[in-house]
Design a protein around this ligand. Structure first.
Ligand SMILES: Nc1ncnc2c1ncn2[C@@H]1O[C@H](COP(=O)(O)OP(=O)(O)O)[C@@H](O)[C@H]1O
Ligand SMILES: [Mg+2]
Length: 198
């Protein structure tokens, strides 16, 4: 059985990565093509904008209708190698994104590469957007914390490391972190209601 759940097919050839958005047959053809074209363009734009603001991301070499050609980052996914120093650096980078009005949209430890050069890169801006609201930032950080608790035993310490870095680069960090706690509470409330039969 083969499950196709991704929006895109990623192929690595030599020094280059080809990320192609695949057709979604449940969408009307014209709408599907428009969505794929827009998301491809928007991903390229935000990846480049993030790098201009000081967040390492792959260099975009080419944009086709549905395909990005970008620099291949050699290294390991954060999910395999994360430690306190890496968690703190990820926090700094996410703080820089948020300060510049960028929401990553899919912050997981599979979307961070620790380069061979020891530079930490953020990748996969396929769900990114421009948004400066506390809520959008809070959801971004919440998604990252969830991914930590799903993949790392030492997630509690890693959360603290992230917060240290995030607070260093984002002046509004305390407000965002309060919102993250509220978002966590909302999640628990829903679980309790469901368990109690609503
Ligand atoms: N620029 C890149 N350099 C090296 N590996 C990459 C790069 N872009 C993507 N990958 C690899 O491909 C995987 C999927 O790419 P990603 O952009 O995250 O797409 P998806 O939307 O399918 O998650 C990543 O988790 C990473 O392992
Ligand atoms: Mg990804």
């Amino acid at each position: 059985m083969k499950i196709q759940c991704a929006e895109a097919i990623v192929e690595i050839k030599g020094d280059l990565v080809y990320k192609r958005r695949i057709e979604k047959r449940y969408r009307l053809k014209e709408i599907d093509e428009r969505i794929r074209r827009e998301r491809t363009k928007s991903e390229a734009k935000i990846i480049s904008e993030a790098r201009r603001k000081g967040v390492p991301t792959p260099i975009i070499f080419d944009i086709d209708d549905y395909e990005l050609v970008m620099e291949r980052i050699e290294g390991d996914l954060a999910k395999e190698v994360i430690n306190g120093a890496i968690g703190e650096r990820i926090g700094e980078l996410v703080g820089i994104l948020h300060k510049n009005g960028i929401i990553h949209g899919d912050l997981t430890t599979s979307n961070v590469i620790v380069g061979r050069d020891n530079i930490i890169y953020l990748i996969d801006f396929g769900l990114s957007s421009f948004d400066s609201s506390i809520e959008a930032r809070g959801v971004d950080v919440h998604v990252f914390f969830q991914s930590l608790s799903a993949t790392c035993e030492s997630w509690k310490e890693l959360k603290e490391s992230f917060i240290k870095g995030y607070t260093r680069t984002l002046p509004d960090a305390p407000q965002v972190l309060t919102r993250v706690s509220e978002i966590e509470q909302r999640g628990r409330y829903v679980v309790r209601k469901v368990r109690g039969g609503l």
